[in-house]
Design a protein around this ligand. Structure first.
Ligand code: GLC
Length: 718
C-alpha cells in the first residue's frame, strides 16, 4: 500500500481505530507474560487490536484475519508475531549454544529456515534476535543471547536479521525481525531478572549498543525496549535512547514495540502516576505499539483531551505500523505465507538435517583426557546415566513455542543410534532438581560398575531457564551432585555431558573426576544425534566458548574483555589485582574448546607496518592440521590499544574465521583490519582513533598462550 493510500486510511480512522492499531494483544497458544491473555479476536471485531502475538496455525490465523477483514469497519489486516528465537517447529540450538559455532553462515541459515516454517504457520514477525550481551550466568536469559562479546553479538545480529528478513527467495517466507531488548538488559543487577541496570556510559556505548546498531544497519524492522531501566531511566520511557539515538542518530525507521505489559509497568517503575502518564511517556519516547498493557487505549484519549499529546504524535505511530503492514504485503495478501500443511522437521526433512548440523557445530568439547573421545571401538559396554539422558523436552530449551518435544531426539536415542556396536544401558539415577533417592543412585552405580564407560548427563530443566529464572548460584542441583559423586567413586571412565542453559559454577571435583566433558547446552530437535555424532567420532567437534565459565559466583562478571588496571595481576606482588580464594580468570574462557585434530599456528604477520586513518592492513597466520583427522579450527583476531585516552580492554575481538583443514594440510588465514575498527569512544562517546602502536593478537582463543602477537602503527596525517 503506497504512502498516499496510508494517509487516506489514517484520515478515515477514528481515535479508537488508531489506538487499536497501536495495541497488540496475546492469544493463548503460549503464555509469555504476567497479564493473562484474553480473547483478542473479540477485540479485533471492535477494531481495538492491530496485531496478535502467541498464535499460529492455519485455522487460528484464518479466523482472526477473517474477523479483521470482514467484521471491522476499515478491514485493516492484522499482523501476527511469535518469539521465534531459535526455531519455530524445527528447533535449533539456543542462541548461547549456536553462538559457539562462530559461523555466520550457519546463524543466517537457521534464521532463514525458521522464517520459512513460521511464515507457513501464518506468522509475520518474530521477537528476535535477542541481542543483550551478558556476562552473568545468574541471569536466566543469558541463554537467549550470543554470549559475552559485543562484536559476536553484532555479527549474530547481522546474520539473524538478514536470515529472517532478506534471505528466502519468496517474500512470503520472510519474517520481520525485532531486535530486543534495547538496551543493556543483560546487565541487570546481580543477574536478577527485571532488576535495575547501572552501567557506565562507556559500557553502554562499547558493549551494549553495538549489537543493536548492527541490527539497525542490517535493516531490522522492529526494536523492543527492555523492561528495565538504564541508570534510573526506564527504557520504555527513554526518549534519549529510543528517539534521539535510535531514530534520529541511527536513522531507524521501523516500529518500536513495547515488551509485554511494559508501558503499564511504568507505574510500578515509579515514573508514571497512572495509565495516562504511562501512555504519554511511552508515546513521547517513540513507542508505537503497546503490547498487552492497554495503556494506549485507556490513557491516550485522556492525554489528548488534556493536551499532553497531539493527534500528530498518534498518527506518526499509526503511520509506522501501517507502513510495516504494507512492507509485509498484508494489504495485498492478508494470509500471505499461510499453508494448511504443518511445517516442521518431519515435513521439511532438510530442516531436521540442518538442525543436526547446527547442533553439532554448537557443541564444545572442553576436556578430553587421554582422548577418551571419540569412543574407541573396543569399548563394548556403556552406561548412560543422569536426568538429562532421556529428556527431549529439555533439549528444546526456552522459547521453543511450536516446537514438538516428541519430534526431538534425546541424548540416549542419539547415542544408541551412533554407538550401534556397543551394549548400552540407561539409568536416570536422579531427577533434575528434586530430593536424591539413594535407591535410584544405587541402580545407577550398579549400571556404571557393569560398564566400561559411563556417559553422565546432567543439566537444567526448562523451568530453570529463560525469563524470570535467575539463580544466585548457577550450579548443579544437589541431587545431581550426589549422583555424580557416587558415579565418580566407581572409578569408571566418565564422559560428563552438561545440558544447561547457562555456564554452571562447577565444584572442582566435578571437573577433575570425568575424563571428558562436553558442553552441550540445549541443542534443539536434533540435540541427541549431534551429541552421538561427536561421541562416536562421526563429527569432529569445532565449537568454541562464546561465554566464560567462572570458577566461583564471586568472580561474576568475569570475561575476556576486562579493562586494564594500574595494578595488573602479578602472583608475585601482593599489591596487584587478585582474589585470595580463586583465580582471577574463568575456569573456561572465551574461545576455549577442543578438536579431535591438532592445530598448530605459525607466526602472525602483517601486510604493512603502518596504516592511516582510512587504510586497512592484512593480518595473516599459517595454521596446520597436525592430526590424523580433518577438522575445523576457529581463529580469532583481537587488538589491544596500549596507550589511549581511556583505559582499554586488554583484548577486543575484531574478527573471527573458520578454517577447514585436512590431515597435514597447511593454510594461511588472512584477516583485514581497517583503521575504523580501532576507533573507541572518547570522553564524549564520539569515535576516536589514536596515533601509535596497536597490538594484534591472532589465535585459537582469548588465552595468551593460544595467540601470536604482531604490532602495527597508526599514523594519521595531521
Ligand atoms: C516476554 C519477553 C520478550 C518477548 C515478549 C513476547 O515477556 O520479555 O522477550 O518477546 O514477552 O512474548
Amino acid at each position: 500500500m503506497g504512502a498516499d493510500k496510508i494517509e487516506q486510511l489514517i484520515g478515515q480512522m477514528t481515535l479508537t481505530e488508531k489506538l487499536g492499531q497501536m495495541s497488540m494483544l496475546a492469544a493463548s497458544l503460549v503464555v509469555t507474560g504476567p497479564v493473562g491473555p484474553g480473547d483478542p479476536v473479540t477485540l479485533v471485531r471492535e477494531g481495538r487490536v492491530g496485531g496478535i502475538l502467541n498464535t499460529w496455525g492455519y485455522d487460528e490465523i484464518r479466523e482472526a484475519q477473517r474477523v479483521a477483514l470482514e467484521e471491522t469497519r476499515l478491514k485493516i489486516p492484522l499482523y501476527f508475531s511469535v518469539d521465534v528465537l531459535h526455531g519455530h517447529r524445527t528447533i535449533y540450538p539456543i542462541p548461547l549454544a549456536e553462538a559457539c559455532a562462530f559461523d555466520r553462515d550457519l546463524w543466517l541459515r537457521t534464521a532463514a529456515e525458521s522464517a520459512d516454517e513460521a511464515t507457513r504457520d501464518g506468522i509475520h514477525m518474530t521477537f528476535a534476535p535477542m541481542l543483550d550481551v551478558c556476562r552473568d550466568p545468574r541471569w536466566g536469559r543469558i541463554c537467549e543471547c550470543a554470549g559475552e562479546d559485543a562484536y559476536v553479538n553484532a555479527e549474530y545480529a547481522r546474520a539473524k536479521v538478514t536470515g529472517f528478513q532478506n534471505t528466502n527467495d519468496d517474500p512470503h517466507r520472510r519474517l520481520a525481525g525485532v531486535a530486543k531488548h534495547f538496551v543493556a538488559y543483560g546487565a541487570v543487577t546481580a543477574g536478577r531478572d527485571y532488576a535495575e541496570v547501572d552501567i557506565s556510559r562507556r559500557a553502554l556505548h562499547e558493549v551494549y549498543l553495538p549489537p543493536f546498531k548492527a541490527a539497525v544497519d542490517a535493516g531490522v524492522m522492529g526494536v523492543m525496549p527492555s523492561f528495565t531501566d538504564v541508570a534510573g531511566i526506564a527504557m520504555t520511557a527513554h526518549r534519549g535512547l529510543l528517539h534521539d539515538l535510535l531514530r534520529v542518530k541511527w536513522g531507524f525507521k521501523g516500529v518500536i514495540i513495547s515488551d509485554y505489559n511494559a508501558i503499564g509497568e511504568l507505574i510500578a517503575h515509579g515514573v508514571a502516576q497512572d495509565m495516562v502518564e504511562a501512555a504519554v511517556l511511552a508515546l513521547k519516547a517513540g513507542i508505537d505499539i503497546d503490547m498487552m498493557s492497554g495503556a494506549y487505549e485507556q490513557g491516550l484519549p485522556v492525554a489528548l483531551e488534556r493536551g499532553l499529546v497531539t493527534m500528530q504524535e498518534i498518527d506518526t505511530a499509526v503511520r509506522r505500523i501501517l507502513h510495516m503492514k504494507g512492507a509485509m504485503g498484508l494489504f495485498e495478501n492478508p494470509l500471505r505465507g499461510l499453508q494448511q500443511e504443518m511445517p516442521g522437521p518431519d515435513t521439511i526433512p532438510s530442516h531436521r538435517t540442518s538442525a543436526r548440523d547446527a547442533a553439532r557445530r554448537s557443541l564444545v568439547l572442553i576436556k578430553n583426557e587421554d582422548n577418551l573421545l571419540p569412543v574407541a571401538n573396543d569399548v563394548r559396554r556403556i552406561a548412560i546415566i543422569g536426568p538429562l539422558a532421556d529428556a527431549q523436552s529439555e533439549m528444546m530449551g526456552p522459547w521453543c513455542m511450536a516446537g514438538d518435544e516428541h519430534q526431538a531426539i534425546g541424548i540416549l536415542q542419539g547415542l544408541r543410534e551412533s554407538l550401534r556396536a556397543q551394549e548400552i544401558t540407561h539409568v536416570p539415577g536422579s531427577g533434575i532438581d528434586d530430593a536424591a533417592d539413594p535407591s535410584e543412585i544405587a541402580k545407577a552405580v550398579a549400571a556404571a560398575q557393569a560398564s566400561e564407560l559411563v556417559v553422565l548427563c546432567l543439566g537444567e530443566n526448562r523451568q530453570h531457564t529463560g525469563e524470570a529464572a535467575s539463580r544466585t548460584l548457577p550450579r548443579p542441583f544437589a541431587c545431581q551432585m550426589e549422583l555424580a559423586k557416587a558415579i565418580f567413586e566407581t572409578g569408571k571412565p566418565v564422559l560428563l555431558i552438561l545440558a544447561t542453559s547457562r555456564p554452571w559454577i562447577l565444584p572442582d571435583w566435578m571437573v577433575s573426576a570425568p575424563r571428558a566433558i562436553l558442553i552441550a547446552l540445549f541443542g534443539g530437535t536434533e540435540a541427541g544425534r549431534a551429541i552421538g555424532d561427536v561421541v562416536a567420532g562421526d563429527y569432529n567437534p569445532s565449537g568454541r566458548l562464546c561465554i566464560s565459565w567462572p570458577y566461583r559466583t564471586g568472580q561474576i562478571p568475569v570475561h575476556y574483555g576486562m579493562r586494564g588496571t594500574g595494578r595488573p595481576h602479578d602472583p608475585n606482588n601482593g599489591f596487584s589485582t587478585n582474589f585470595l580464594d580463586a583465580p582471577i580468570g574463568p575456569r573456561w574462557g572465551f574461545g576455549d574448546g577442543l578438536s579431535y585434530s591438532q592445530f598448530e599456528l605459525g607466526e602472525a604477520y602483517v601486510s604493512k607496518p603502518t596504516i592511516g586513518a582510512d587504510e586497512s592492513v592484512d593480518v595473516s597466520i599459517d595454521i596446520t592440521n597436525g592430526g590424523a583427522r580433518a577438522g575445523e579450527a576457529t581463529l580469532f583476531m583481537f587488538t589491544h590499544d596500549p596507550v589511549a585516552l581511556a583505559t582499554r580492554p586488554l583484548l577486543e575481538l575484531k574478527d573471527f574465521r573458520k578454517a577447514e583443514l585436512a590431515p597435514g594440510q597447511r593454510a594461511t588465514v588472512t584477516f583485514r583490519l581497517h583503521a575504523s575498527q580501532l576507533h573507541y569512544p572518547d570522553f564524549n562517546m564520539e569515535p576516536r582513533l589514536d596515533n601509535g602502536r596497536i597490538n594484534i593478537f591472532v589465535g585459537a582463543s582469548a588465552r595468551r598462550a593460544d595467540q601470536k602477537c604482531v604490532t602495527i602503527e597508526v599514523q594519521q596525517t595531521a
